[in-house]
Design a protein around this ligand. Structure first.
Ligand SMILES: O=P(O)(O)O[C@H]1O[C@H](CO)[C@@H](O)[C@H]1O
Ligand SMILES: O=c1cc[nH]c(=O)[nH]1
Length: 253
């Protein structure tokens, strides 16, 4: 019987895992787990697909969050109830700086809080920052794989379209609050857009949990809007390898 409301998981199923890898896409959970030893399917409910794997004998749970802050907050809360203390997000992302290319790997140290869910954990003045040890583990994992990641700030939006100032929509309309914001974030040296890190970082910092994030760039908003399938796959593969190695290090720490 599940010991938590949504995930359909128990402490026994997690085998004492203290570290979780949290992708957005449920289909990514299996691919991540299979990069580890003894991958085992655990459960799938709503957007939460969970697997268990091992790195050097240390259990690591993989559980997808789905898209956006509200479901991240459920995933993190329920995994924490089951004993997890460290959360490494692996995502896809859209770069907004012209020098960051599709296929590059980004490590997020802090997030612009364009979400709503993080405000349920701390006021807007509170920073959405990653845990230093998680960031360090992700950075070293990238270097050990011959990847030189970009490290910096991510804009984390509740919406994919207006909040990331996309005009290529059916209406082409954007509420005034978001008009001109892509340029504003570019000028403020923000690297990219995604949709979960603000909630993840704020919630984890506020609750005394650790969080980090690595992402693969699948579009550059200054170049093109629609990603190429083959590029998504190869970029995701690189980011997965980084997060798995970092999770192994965090599980041993
Ligand atoms: O690839 P994932 O982890 O889902 O991350 C990104 O992709 C989704 C949008 O397409 C959002 O969840 C965004 O944060
Ligand atoms: O542009 C992008 C690409 C992936 N995910 C996002 O949230 N935005």
């Amino acid at each position: 019987m599940s010991e938590v409301f949504h995930l359909g998981l128990t402490k026994a199923m997690l085998k004492g895992a203290k570290v979780a890898i949290v992708p957005g896409d449920p289909a990514r959970s299996e691919r991540i787990a299979k990069e580890m030893e003894n991958a085992e399917y655990l459960n799938s409910t709503r957007e939460f697909t969970s697997w268990l794997g091992y790195m050097d004998g240390e259990p690591i749970v993989v559980c997808s969050t789905g898209i956006g802050g509200p479901s991240v907050s459920i995933c993190v809360e329920e995994l924490a109830q089951l004993g997890v203390r460290t959360f490494l997000r692996i995502g896809t992302t859209g770069a907004i700086q012209p020098h960051i290319n599709v296929g590059d790997i980004l490590i997020t140290t802090g997030a612009v809080r364009l979400d709503g869910a993080s405000q349920h954990f701390a006021p807007l003045e509170y920073p959405a920052v990653a845990d230093f040890a998680c960031t360090n583990a992700l950075y070293n994992a990238a270097l050990s794989q011959g990847i030189r990641p970009y490290v910096g700030i991510t804009a984390s939006s509740d919406t994919f379209y207006p909040g990331q100032e996309r005009y290529d929509t059916f209406s082409g309309k954007i509420y005034p609050k978001f008009q001109g914001t892509l340029k504003q974030w570019q000028d403020l040296n923000v690297m990219n857009y995604e949709m979960e890190s603000a909630t993840l970082f704020t919630m984890c910092a506020a609750l005394g949990l650790k969080a980090g994030m690595v992402a693969g760039v699948i579009v550059n908003r200054t170049q093109q809007e629609i990603p190429n399938e083959a590029t998504i796959k190869s970029t995701e593969q690189k980011a997965v390898a980084v997060v798995v190695e970092a999770a192994g290090k965090m599980a041993k720490a």
